[in-house]
Design a binder for this molecule. Structure first.
Ligand code: SF4
Length: 297
């Protein structure tokens, strides 16, 4: 018997192959989610180069890995071994070999980038995808690029991070009451995953949502993350307004009593921050709203 907040998926991502698992929102706890992924089709099971499987990294390679629940740790490790999207596998690994001149001494991560943070988080931050020389280099989402500098400065300002800088895994950055992730886990050319790639990766974000039972707010960075998040919650039967509210900065969407509130933000990309489309006060306003919402529930 399903409770009022136990919702089954009702549709699928546009362009998704029929093999994408229809996971069940399981609150609290996520064991059902992982079991459903295993029974259906786990994206990590589709190796594009099965003769060269990607070994799983140790738990110590995951940011804040020791803090994760066993289920969340298992999920994040599995994400890092995924090779389902041939185009993105080729791109992420090629960028990791070519490297940018400034990072020639780095050993690039070159894998899918897991989500990271506090497993008891009430705030979830969703971006688009890793940057080729940012998270694809450092192995931690929003780490090692200008967007990350903006994000973690803001999170630190509102008490969700213990320091404002984010340079590399192992730099001492700890998130508190916050989990940071992305819609797509492999760096895409031109920051543009295809609809099929987006659909392939979607179960990972859904599984993370299931494994973060305290969520009260989702901050979507950019229209891509905003649309993707709405798509997921609509598919789960939550009351997403129709027609879909237009994306705009600091827009808040009430997704009903059984879902976190969605807050939209312009993405802190250089395209926005260098041009003044997004300013620090505007960005802080989003996290002020998130903090106020968390305090109110
Ligand atoms: S984008 Fe997602 S589904 Fe595709 S290979 Fe990367 S981790 Fe796997």
């Amino acid at each position: 018997m399903l409770g009022v907040c136990d919702l089954a998926y009702t549709d699928n991502d546009a362009g998704a192959p029929p093999s994408i698992p229809r996971l069940r929102l399981a609150k609290p706890g996520g064991r059902a989610t992982l079991a459903a992924m295993a029974r259906a089709k786990d994206p990590t099971s589709e190796g594009t180069r099965p003769e060269n499987p990607l070994p799983a990294p140790g738990l110590d390679a995951l940011p804040m890995g020791e803090a994760l629940s066993p289920e969340l740790a298992e999920l994040e490790v599995r994400i890092t071994t995924c090779r389902r999207c041939p185009r993105l596998v080729e791109w992420r690994e090629r960028k990791a070999e070519e490297k940018r001149a400034a990072f020639q001494d780095w050993e690039y991560w070159g894998r899918p980038v897991p989500g990271w943070g506090d497993p008891a988080a009430r705030l979830l931050v969703v971006g688009l995808a890793p940057a080729a020389h940012g998270a694809n280099r450092t192995g931690r989402i929003f780490t090692g690029d200008e967007s990350g500098r903006w994000l973690y400065r803001a999170l630190h300002g509102f008490g969700f991070a213990n320091r404002p800088e984010s340079e590399a895994r192992g730099d001492g950055l700890i998130l508190s009451d916050c989990f940071v992730t992305a819609a797509v886990r492999c760096a895409p050319p031109d920051n543009r995953p295809t609809p099929a790639e987006r659909a392939h990766c979607r179960p990972y974000l859904e599984a993370e949502i299931d494994l973060l039972p305290e969520l009260a707010v989702v901050v979507a960075l950019g229209q891509y993350a905003y649309d993707h998040t709405l798509r997921i919650f609509r598919a789960r039967g939550h009351p997403v307004p129709s027609p879909k509210p237009r994306f705009s900065h600091a827009r808040e969407i009430d997704l009903g009593p059984c879902a976190p509130r969605l807050i939209a933000s312009y993405h802190p990309s250089q395209q926005n921050t260098f041009t003044g489309v997004l300013t620090e006060p505007m960005f802080d306003d989003v996290f002020r709203r998130a903090e106020a919402r968390i305090r109110s529930v």
